[in-house]
Design a protein around this ligand. Structure first.
Ligand code: M6R
Length: 367
């Protein structure tokens, strides 16, 4: 049942070229430059007039939501707020019938997300569900939606469900942007073409980087803490990388926007602290290079996810994990993959049950 892999988590990480492909299939047509998403069409009027989009989720799905905020605001010029479902449901939020809520949930059964949506629906909001489990409670409650086609995810730590969520969120953002005419045809075509290449690129990362990442994992498996830093589109990936490491290895890890490090976390840096930079080539690259230099000046160990051919960061970092270069909007879908593998190999090296981390449930159906 694990298809020759030692753990479901590893199997699911390696399934991603296929699951991302499945989530794009029948929806993304790079040649015809067209996106088909009937769920988005169904609420098109609401989306065109929306005051704002509120994204509601928990955990890893919340990280997908945070990236969606960056992408939707950039491409669609619609105001987006990302909410932890547990907070949103209790704090009497201001909701009107001009709000569109995107609920993100692998299981479709997360109690806080479900109740938050029920409340918002009563106040007239339109609910769009981005769910993996077909027919689940959140799917049924939604006014419209799109399924992620990641297939059943057995590992408690989410991997392939996350990348499937990102794939579909990109499609949603691109479709709305095109409908609203907030991006031009050239950028639309470029992003579509890059998105279409992602399954192959993820395959390449898994093939080419697996052994190197395993070696990096063994080198740092005894660290007590980790810091994960990223800027812009890669900031949510820093958060997700840190969460994955905590869940799988029980090592304390924190994710931060790279520039925030000066406002506190830099006090932690010494020769024992590995700092993972999500540093693919983008418009913030120079800035992140100087953040890396600041860590190196304090003798921190730098592990960096970099774009192929980035000799600058490769020259500064202690260890690198290399991904193909794509447009910066799409890059997070690649940069998360090495971080999944890093957590996996550290957890395995520490002798832990990576498929069923202690104290965690696959879906949190009680508060
Ligand atoms: O099923 P959901 O996507 O609603 O679950 C949300 C979180 O409970 C989930 O992402 C959790 O954080 C995972 N353990 C992450 O690996």
């Amino acid at each position: 049942e694990k298809g020759g892999y030692d753990h479901f988590m590893l199997k699911e990480i390696f399934e991603q070229p296929q699951t991302i492909f499945d989530s794009l299939r029948g929806r993304l047509d790079a040649e015809q430059q067209h996106i088909t998403l009937s769920g988005v069409d169904k609420i098109k009027d609401k989306l065109m007039e929306a005051n704002r989009i509120i994204i509601v989720a928990c955990g890893t799905s919340w990280h997908a939501g945070l990236l969606a905020e960056y992408v939707i605001e950039e491409l669609c010029r619609i105001n987006v707020e990302v909410e932890y479902a547990s907070e949103f449901r209790y704090r009497n939020p201001i909701i009107t019938d001009k709000d569109v809520i995107i609920a993100i949930s692998q299981s479709g059964e997360t109690a806080d997300t479900l109740v938050a949506l029920e409340n918002a629906k009563k106040q007239g909001a339109t609910i769009f569900g981005l769910v993996n489990v077909v027919g689940s409670s959140i799917a049924r409650l939604s006014d419209a939606g799109a399924y992620t086609h990641a297939g059943p995810e057995i590992g408690v730590a989410s991997t392939k469900a996350f990348t499937a969520q990102l794939a579909v969120l990109y499609l949603i953002a691109l479709k709305v942007a095109r409908d609203k005419q907030t991006i031009d045809q050239t950028l639309f075509n470029k992003l579509l073409a890059d998105l279409a290449k992602v399954p192959q690129f993820v395959h390449d990362i898994l093939e080419e980087q697996d052994a190197a990442i395993k070696a990096v994992a063994l080198k740092y498996a005894d660290a007590r803490d980790f810091l994960y830093l990223g800027r812009g589109f890669n900031f949510p990936i820093a958060l997700e990388g840190a969460l994955k490491l905590k869940e799988i290895s029980y090592i304390h890890a924190e994710g931060y926007p790279a520039a925030e490090m000066k406002h506190g976390p830099i006090a932690l840096v010494d020769e024992n602290l590995p700092v993972v930079f999500v540093a693919t080539k983008d418009s913030y690259h120079e800035k992140i290079v100087s953040n890396i230099q600041e860590i190196k000046a304090r003798k921190g160990k730098v592990i960096a996810v970099i774009s192929q051919g980035d000799n600058i960061v490769a020259g500064l970092a202690d260890d690198v994990m290399v991904v193909p270069q794509v447009h910066e909007v799409i890059a997070p879908l690649l940069s998360v993959v090495p971080l999944q593998l890093l957590s996996y190999y550290i957890g395995v090296h520490r002798g832990l049950d990576v498929d069923k981390p202690r104290n965690l449930a696959k879906s949190v159906t009680v508060e």
